[in-house]
Ligand binder design. Structure first.
Ligand code: CP
Length: 310
């Protein structure tokens, strides 16, 4: 079996069999990360451009490491030191780099739809590393992979996503991927931070955190984007924290064997307390480890999935 698209632009429309193929491949590739020599020659014929127009710690380094672990050649683009600052357009930038012969582009951009636009105007395969408020598919994949690793399966798992759902590409990728895998998905936030007609996404919607947490297995806590306060969507960070911060006291509402997740970066004390973030039920750092394995799987499968390794 192969992935149906030559790009990974989002998880909306990706079927469960494709998601399971990525997860099963990631299980195999994750073993490489524990070896003394964490490298296989599988993708030595591939050149990847990491094109980040927005800041990133986890996603950028995770892709760079995934590429190195599979022996792909990779180059990373930094907007501030590029000719974009002289006014060169996005497509001119990419067409010039493509002229140097690359195969794949991993790209992050602040504008929703940019990854699709690039995929329609360039020859390279495109992996969306986050586009505006639209999707962040590899984050969704690594989140679901981490849940699957702990619970064995996703079907009927009750997953609550808390935070700025309206502006979150992570929320959208989680929702589409989890629904495809048969999870029961709920979101909770202030009503100003929920998307228009959110209920049409086929999920449960809450504005009271205690009610939302009742019976959930997983809480995936999103970063409160502090700039939202100045845009009038939040009265104050303190009020947000009082109403929605996941604290140790609030964990009693969850099912036994619950899991705490956060894609990072965290605002400790705003959306999550340090006690919860660093507590025994948190898988925040395992999520980051799994991110490398899942991105290796995506690179490997998009490249055609030749023989893995040894
Ligand atoms: N989770 C995530 O996308 O983090 P970065 O912005 O650091 O890549």
């Amino acid at each position: 079996m192969k992935l149906r698209s030559r790009h990974l632009l989002g998880l909306q429309g990706v079927k469960a069999d494709e998601l399971n193929l990525i997860f099963d491949t990631a299980v195999t590739l994750k073993q490489i990360l524990s070896r003394p020599i964490k490298k296989v020659p599988t993708l030595r014929h591939i050149t990847v451009l990491n094109l980040f127009f927005e800041p990133s710690t986890r996603t950028k380094i995770s892709f760079e490491l995934a590429e190195k672990r599979l022996s792909a050649d990779s180059v990373s683009f930094a907007k501030a030191s590029s000719s974009v600052v002289k006014g060169e357009t996005l497509l001119d930038t990419i067409w010039n780099i493509e002229a140097m012969k690359i195969d794949m582009i991993v790209m992050r951009h602040s504008v929703s739809g940019t990854a699709l636009f690039v995929s329609q105007n360039c020859d390279s395969q495109v992996i969306n590393a986050g586009d505006g408020c639209h999707e962040h598919p590899t984050q969704g994949l690594l989140d679901i992979y981490t849940m699957r690793e702990k619970y064995g399966q996703i079907k009927d798992l009750r997953v609550l996503i808390v935070g700025d759902i309206k502006h979150s590409r992570v929320a959208r990728s989680n929702i589409w991927g989890l629904k495809a895998m048969g999870a029961s998905v709920a979101v909770c936030s202030a009503s100003t931070l929920l998307p228009f007609e959110v209920e049409k996404m086929g999920i449960d919607v809450y504005t009271r955190i205690e009610e939302a947490m009742e019976g959930a297995d997983v809480v995936n806590i999103l970063r409160l984007q502090k700039e939202r306060q100045s845009s009038g969507l939040l009265p104050s960070l303190r009020e947000y924290s009082n109403r929605f911060c996941i604290t140790k006291e609030r964990l009693k509402y969850l099912n036994k064997n619950f899991t705490i997740m956060h894609p990072g970066p965290m605002n400790r004390g705003v959306e999550i307390s340090s006690e919860v973030a660093d507590g025994p039920d948190s898988v925040i750092l395992p999520q980051v480890t799994n991110g490398v394995a899942v991105r290796m799987a995506v690179l490997y499968l998009l490249s055609g999935g030749a023989k893995i390794i040894e």
